[in-house]
Ligand binder design. Sequence first.
Ligand code: FAD
Ligand code: SF4
Length: 472
Amino acid sequence: MKAAERMKIPRQEMPQRDAVERSSSFDEVNLGLQAHIAMREAQRCLGCKDAKCVQGCPVNIDIPAFIQRVADGDFKAAADVLYASNALPGITGRVCPQESQCECNCIRAKAKNNAPSAIGYLERFVADWARENHYHQNRTIPAPTGFKVAIVGSGPAGLTCAGELARRGHGVTIFEALHEPGGVLLYGIPEFRLPKAIVRKEVETLTQLGVQIVCNVIIGRTYLIDDLLGEENFDAVFIANGAGLPVFQGIAGENYKGVYSANEYLTRVNLMCAYDQQSATPVLRPKKAVVVGGGNVAMDSIRTARRLGADPATLVYRRSRDEMPARVEEVLHAQEEGIVFEMLTNPVEILGDDRGWVKAVRCQRMELGEADASGRRSPRPIAGSEFEIECDVFIEAIGTRANPLLTQTTPDLAVNARGNIIIDANNMTSKAGVFAGGDIVRGAATVILAMGDGKRTAASIDQWLRRDDKVK
Ligand code: FAD
Ligand code: SF4
């Protein structure tokens, strides 16, 4: 097909669950493309020689090559290309901010009245096809090297690193603080965006490769890093424990009952099944909920509260909608589900009743002033603009930072002023044989960046273990 014909094909739509139905259901919102629609979408790709989309992808998937194979209907070959660079395409195809990574670099997006190739939809299609058709690539596992690597944390960084090391023949044990592996993929991102069955399947693939996963172990408490390198006999350690410590606004009233951090609220609902009335660890079912924040975490929290019954479910953000860091698709979906957006608004006090339960949040209106160091116009309060929003649940989703538990118990591990671990060009920390990656190094970032760190670090660990032709 000629390029001019390809340019005429409109971008294919992602089928979605009805907005009213889904606002009270945890079933996945996006339903995935059918094979013939995926092939049609794939025909839109111009197969550029100097493919800019690849540069936009943090793990440099050969995007035109996998899309061409989808267009040809050869889904096995498409899966081979995809999995060569990305161990978790069923996850990234669903949660990557494609609009600011691969798709924003697509040459089609530069043409007038045109839209980029739907790279994320196609990635998800191929990964789902491979899973549903039990297609496994031939993965020959080399003979065991005898080296043992410990990984702290089972989020995307830890899981990716584990897979890469296992495929090189190293013995890998992941230590996870919670009772189930997956990190934010499991306890943070809700079922309606990322079904847990997909995460569990990826974890199962790793265990089939021989990776051991030990849950309910907190490194820094149950074992210290020095225990792992000492009596536990590991040859190297990869720290990928994320940045899950919630940040609070520090306003009056945060101790009222019904006030949650997004982290606690989402963990209770996703990991501890609190949406199930029979759950041993239920969560409050809100009548009226307010969430403060503008990122994916805020969006996930308010959409979760809505599904648990909140009406209205109100999102309060101190900047304007254009500046919200959340994925564009999530904002759109939230809007369709009836979330009320109170933009340029900031909570200043949480109000409670005489029994200690939250009853409202006092907010003030903001206006955008001069651009700050980040280039964004900074919000400033408008005098006399205070007003109250009634709520029985108030959730703070304004960010997270590194949990100091592990670093404080490893004093020779260098950290920066924000508590993030400092690494060198090979992802090694200040401690020999101890590497780090993902959110614990970058601060709260993205799934694909964490995975990229896991992959690069596995290569560095492999080199380090084999230094001087050292053998076990
Ligand atoms: P994590 O995923 O945080 O995993 C760290 C793991 O380490 C956890 O399982 C934790 O329990 C464990 N751990 C912590 N301390 C210890 C210890 N001392 N001992 C043992 N185990 C420990 N990114 C996107 O790209 N797209 C999105 O749509 C998106 N949405 C998000 C929604 C929410 C609600 C949240 C919270 C984040 C979202 N992100 C999104 C960000 C993304 O999920 C993270 O950047 C990513 O998960 C970081 O991966 P990680 O492996 O570094 O850490
Ligand atoms: Fe785009 Fe993310 Fe896929 Fe890379 S991994 S091609 S950035 S969707």
